[in-house]
Design a protein around this ligand. Structure first.
Ligand code: SF4
Length: 218
């Protein structure tokens, strides 16, 4: 039996198995990317549950999620007037993203990912790869995805020389202050000032700020 959906002659057709694939989803929302190279561009954020790391500053409750099929995700994303998607988390690469990649690419979407880099990303799966390594906290978390568009490192005082090898695989290099929602305004302010000072000393890095947090949006 042909598992493709759609009437004869219709384009596009989707695989029934792709539409039925289940994912653990924390939330889906339409907002403006607040950080990194694509800051300012509207995106639909698809936030996946589960992560293989537990960073102390993590701002996502990735253990609370609901099971959605790819069809559910597609239906919700189609409600927004936006052709850019960010897969974020949690760690999106703990999932098989090929079904979503096929469904959205077929409809002309641009797919970005924010990943901790501990899982290799297959060629052609996505259009924009942002890796935010956490080996400053987890020295044994080997970074397997060593090429991409954007390397975005949360700065907590680590030596920048630890990225000497990794940098060459990425086009853009960002340092981002560690914004801790549990910390005081003064503590976060100190983190911003320290990161700004480091970027001034290392002009081969650019400063990335989580502007969406200042604006009070998701
Ligand atoms: S890798 Fe990202 S999602 Fe996972 S715990 Fe760290 S900050 Fe949170």
């Amino acid at each position: 039996m042909d598992e493709r959906c759609g009437r004869a002659g219709d384009e596009p057709t989707d695989l029934a198995s792709d539409l039925a694939t289940e994912y653990n989803i924390v939330e889906i929302f339409h907002s403006v990317q607040g950080e990194g190279f694509r800051a300012g561009i509207p995106h639909v954020f698809v936030r996946f549950g589960r992560c293989n790391l537990r960073c102390e500053w993590c701002d996502t409750d990735f253990d609370t999620y609901e099971v959605m099929t790819a069809l559910d995700i597609l239906a919700q994303v189609l409600e927004y007037p936006c052709k850019n998607i960010v897969f974020t988390g949690g760690e999106p690469m703990l999932n098989d993203l090929w079904p979503l990649s096929r469904l959205f690419h077929r409809r002309g979407y641009h797919l970005s990912i924010e990943s901790n880099g501990t899982v290799e990303i297959p060629e052609g799966l996505l259009d924009w790869i942002c890796i935010s390594p956490k080996d400053q906290m987890y020295p044994n978390a080997h970074i397997k995805q060593r090429v991409g568009d954007e390397l975005k490192c949360v700065y907590v005082g680590q030596p920048l020389s630890m990225y000497d090898d990794l940098r060459s695989g990425f086009n853009h290099h960002y340092l981002q202050p560690c914004y801790d929602e549990k910390a005081s305004v003064e503590e976060n302010g100190r983190s911003f000032a320290i990161t700004e000072a480091v970027v001034k000393e290392h002009d081969d890095w650019r400063l990335s700020l989580q502007t969406h947090k200042w604006m009070g949006i998701l």
